[in-house]
Design a protein around this ligand. Structure first.
Ligand SMILES: [Cu+2]
Length: 153
């Protein structure tokens, strides 16, 4: 009984070590695939310049991806935010280096994670599209197109 547990533990350690070594020069790291879909920005009310973007981020690779930087032509400063219900109040927190597990989907949706775009370019109208790139640690990038949509009444 005891030795069985030990064997399990050993094989677990071997797997863990094998994963850690996958990035060395002898084995080419597999190309990570990550996709952005359903990216939308609710149209900004007049006079506002901070916009939220919602989207689906799908990590199709076998590695955890960590968001490093987000780039778009309509804003020079984009953060990952998360809504947290605390002490009876909905609060927004900036999340640095959000990570997405292998073969999983991260949803940016109202009430949860979202992208916050600061000083958004004027003149974005419903039906407009703009590019957005999410850069991950290690150089992997996901490119998507955000469509501006009317705010639900
Ligand atoms: Cu926010």
């Amino acid at each position: 009984m005891k030795s069985q547990i030990l064997v399990c533990l050993l094989s677990f350690l071997l797997v863990a070590c094998g994963q850690q070594n996958s990035g060395d020069a002898s084995s080419e790291p597999e190309p990570a695939t990550v996709e952005i879909s359903a990216a939308v920005m609710p149209q900004l009310p007049p006079g506002q310049s901070t916009a939220a973007v919602y989207l689906k981020l799908e990590n199709k690779s076998a590695q955890t991806l960590v968001i490093n930087h987000i780039v778009s032509s309509v804003s020079d400063h984009i953060e990952v935010h998360r809504n947290i219900y605390q002490e009876g109040v909905m609060q927004m927190r900036s999340v640095r280096h959000a990570s997405i597990a292998p073969n999983s989907t991260m949803l940016f949706a109202p009430g949860g994670y979202h992208l916050m775009l600061f000083d958004v370019n004027d003149g974005l109208a419903v039906g407009d599209h703009f590019p957005l790139t999410i850069e991950f640690q290690g150089g992997v990038k996901a490119e998507g197109t955000v469509s501006v949509e009317a705010i639900a009444p």
